[in-house]
Ligand binder design. Structure first.
Ligand SMILES: [Mn+2]
Length: 470
């Protein structure tokens, strides 16, 4: 397949996410990439997982569109498909693809193992790595392979533990992977010493990589460290799962994500494409070839949308996918003219409007929840609202310690005192008040007296609904 001294050229595609809703985007981009890889003269094609977005029925047009592209590619080069995330690519999804190879085979890697590419045919290892006797037999039968792949598809933890030969099931996934990659590294060093190219293919998250939204992935639950990947001693390590293109290099060897083939969500930053690899024993390079992914424009307002600004932006959004978001208070939501916004973006491929309405919120008394007793809460409320809470605290104390009758008696006693103490001079000229009779206070009740100016007492006897005297 390769002339002496020629680099192996590989087309590396990932995260195609074929589905009914993604079909136009996925097929425009993957179709472009397949044709470009064929024109570039790639010797092998690799899809590093998530060919589909979710479970697809056999009659779904998106599934046959994907199959046609893989078939088209296999007319020109052998194709390796790696099992991706189970929720995107349920186990068994790729099985049918083994049957659609054209001139070259389509090989499905759905277990942890190594596979040699010899004269356009795939020769897999029986176990997780090639044994010495397998290597001898392979060399005797086929001569030097064009490349040896180390395949690490998505697997469950038990399978992974078995592949790594680790008995401790409690070990983290990342540790099992690191053990396996180190073991594969020994075999790959052996292949390289014979002048054979080695290629890793996997689907997972590298600790410290960046997502398509620009967020760095950091934490201990991510599958690989970049060091563990380089420990596999592959000249080229082809990754899938993260939708943003990025790569790492160490002494001429490269680990890279092409990112997703197209732009499937709003707000994804960076270019979309596929990787053209050129691989030699101990050295490789990966170049991103941009696909015609859709262009998205995201316009966010912290408040109501600015129509002048939107009108300016709209001029540049023909055939683009536009998302406009704003936040607005509940009472102002009617001020936004959605129809006017849609009219501005009439030439766009799609306009998605997301209004976030802020409900009217009543301000609460800060710190009141930290006060231990009801009395303290009341005092805190008084402080915050500039109200003298002392009389209220007195009344609260009465409510807490006395029964209703005692309280009523005490109130009446208080009124009697006020009336008794009040001289006619400053009594309001209101017959009703003057006519009120003092009430005796029962001896047994000892309560704080509640004094009130006589002018405040009219409600006791007055007609509350009568018009105020002029
Ligand atoms: Mn994906």
């Amino acid at each position: 397949m390769l002339n002496d001294g020629e680099s192996l050229r590989a087309g590396h595609f990932s995260d195609l996410h074929y589905s009914p809703s993604n079909q136009a985007e996925a097929d425009r981009c993957f179709g472009f990439a397949v044709e470009d890889a064929i024109a570039f003269g790639c010797h092998v094609g690799v899809v590093s997982g998530d060919s589909t977005d979710h479970r697809l029925d056999a009659h779904t047009p998106a599934l046959s569109a994907l199959a046609r592209r893989v078939h088209q590619l296999s007319a020109h080069m052998p194709v390796l498909l790696l099992q991706g995330t189970f929720s995107h690519e349920p186990p068994g999804t790729l099985d049918l693809f083994r049957l659609i190879g054209a001139r070259y085979p389509v090989y499905v890697a759905d277990r942890i193992h190594q596979v040699a590419l010899c004269a356009g045919q795939f020769q897999p290892s029986t176990g997780a790595v090639f044994s010495d006797s397998e290597i001898d037999a392979l060399l005797a039968q086929h001569g030097l392979p064009d490349a040896v792949f180390t395949c690490v598809p998505t697997v469950n933890k038990a399978v992974l533990a078995a592949a790594a030969g680790v008995s401790n099931a409690a070990t983290a996934v990342g540790d099992h992977l690191a053990d396996y990659l180190a073991a594969a590294g020994g075999v790959n060093r052996d292949w390289r010493s014979r002048g054979v190219r080695t290629i890793g293919v996997s689907h997972g998250t590298v600790n410290g990589c960046q997502t398509e939204h620009g967020v760095p992935m950091a934490g201990f639950d991510h599958e690989f460290s970049i060091g563990a990947l380089f420990d596999a001693e592959c000249d080229a390590f082809m990754l899938g799962h993260i939708h943003r293109a990025q790569q790492w290099e160490q002494a001429g060897r490269v680990v890279a994500y092409p990112g997703s083939i197209g732009r499937f969500h709003y707000g994804e930053i960076g270019q979309k494409g596929y990787l053209q690899w050129e691989i030699d024993p101990g050295r490789s390079s990966a170049t991103l070839v941009e696909t015609p992914a859709r262009e998205t424009v995201c316009i966010d307002f912290d408040g109501p949308p600015d129509m002048t600004q939107l009108a300016t932006v709209a001029g540049d959004t023909a055939d683009k996918f536009v998302r406009i978001r704003w936040t607005i208070n509940e009472e102002h939501r009617q001020l936004v003219d959605r129809d006017a916004i849609l009219a501005l973006f009439g030439k766009s491929a799609e306009v998605k409007i997301e209004a976030r309405v802020m409900p009217a919120v009543r301000s609460r008394a800060e710190g009141i929840s930290r006060a231990a007793s009801l009395t303290e809460k009341l005092a805190r409320w008084g402080e915050l609202t500039h109200v003298d809470a002392t009389p209220l605290v007195d009344r609260l104390h009465m409510l807490e310690t006395l029964d209703a009758e005692s309280i009523a008696d005490a109130v009446l006693a208080g009124l009697a005192d006020v009336v008794a103490m009040t001289s006619v001079d400053w009594m309001p000229a209101r017959d009703a008040v003057a006519d009120s009779k003092p009430v005796s206070v029962p001896e047994r009740v000892q309560v704080p007296s509640i004094a009130a100016p006589a002018s405040a007492l009219v409600w006791l006897t007055d007609d509350l609904f009568a018009a105020e005297p002029a």
